[in-house]
Design a binder for this molecule. Sequence first.
Ligand SMILES: Cc1cc2nc3c(=O)[nH]c(=O)nc-3n(C[C@H](O)[C@H](O)[C@H](O)COP(=O)(O)OP(=O)(O)OC[C@H]3O[C@@H](n4cnc5c(N)ncnc54)[C@H](O)[C@@H]3O)c2cc1C
Length: 395
Amino acid sequence: MSAGVVGPRNPNPRDFLNVDALLDDEDRLLRDTVREWVGDRVLPYVADWFEEGHFPKELAKEMGALGLLGMHLDGYECAGTSAVQYGLACTELEAGDSGARSFVSVQGSLSMFPIRAFGSEEQKQQWLPAMAAGEIIGCFGLTEPDAGSDPGGMKTHARRDGTDWVLNGTKMWITNGGIADVAIVWARTDEGIRGFIIPKGTRGFSTNDVHKKLSLRASVTSELVIDDVRLPADAVLPEVVGLKGPLACLNEARFGILFGAVGAARACYEAALDYAAERKQFGKPIAAFQLTQRKLVEMMVAVNRGMILALHIGRMKDEGRAGVEDISFGKMDNVRMALDVAREARSVLGANGITLEYPVIRHMNNLESVFTYEGTNEIHTLILGQAITGIPAFE
Ligand SMILES: Cc1cc2nc3c(=O)[nH]c(=O)nc-3n(C[C@H](O)[C@H](O)[C@H](O)COP(=O)(O)OP(=O)(O)OC[C@H]3O[C@@H](n4cnc5c(N)ncnc54)[C@H](O)[C@@H]3O)c2cc1C
């Protein structure tokens, strides 16, 4: 016989389903360490960074010292954590700002992962330890001005010239582009799409930062200009040919997002919960009104559901059972959830909700980018549509 239902257990409004109890001591220690770091080094300053359109590059070494860069990779000075632990770190980083989580995703999953998975031994030795330490910053160039959701339509190409490669093209919307020491650039070749390692300072390679963004302002987004860039034979990633290379990287990063988005949603829900308890109208806290309680409850349920979903997919990944469809499920649903929670929280804060004095509109605006990058909401819907009907509807 089951133990049955206990009486009211006075759940913690900030962890209603007691997800904490599903984690082990190591998971909790890692989560709490990242949460504390975000509380000390991100939250007090991030509204200013967002307003100024600034990402403090010096955070890279601090993140490296915490073991956050390439943390789910093995060897080469990487921390070698579980997928769930990587995810929990992403949740805490994104509860600070999507820019901080984007930095870690791009460094670990989009720049270090391809070197770890598809690089030569020399490439791994040369780049990974310094990238894990945050001494070298990476970026990932796949998207182009005319090739976003359909990266197979890329125009950037590489041709052989003797033993060298010569690359031409333009990449767009590249996170960390302007601050990166090295770029992983995907280009069309006679053999198929291949990945190239382009160190900063290579002749013909330059970057232009994107300005006038209203989202992910505490993150650098850039154009990469590749104009007759000549690279030696050993600049190509030898172990992969075809779109499956960049798509494998995107799957790693999308996994971080499905956890990260829960952090942004949690921060918005908690801001609304605190605000509703303090703000008084008609002689009572606005939390006393039924309409506000409904909003708070919907947000709380959504955040808890998102966390349980993330943990479930994280455990599947750790057991080697997560498919690309599962990652799409989590990315699509948790980002959409987070955006809905952010918008609802914004309404609870009234006029204060539109200022950077509170985190909500910053998260809300950031999540618009998260909704679009790493596979748009529509592309993940189509991946899931194909998975359940067997019919691809992309073209
Ligand atoms: C802040 C930020 C950071 C980024 N960082 C990086 C990075 O580091 N590296 C990188 O390579 N890229 C990066 N990107 C680019 C991102 O991955 C692309 O924006 C994304 O893939 C969508 O491409 P697009 O913007 O060209 O939109 P499009 O592909 O033009 O899509 C426009 C709209 O059409 C829809 N659509 C497209 N095709 C279909 C279809 N078949 N069926 C139905 N709807 C469809 C889309 O879902 C979307 O709603 C970043 C983007 C942003 C905003």
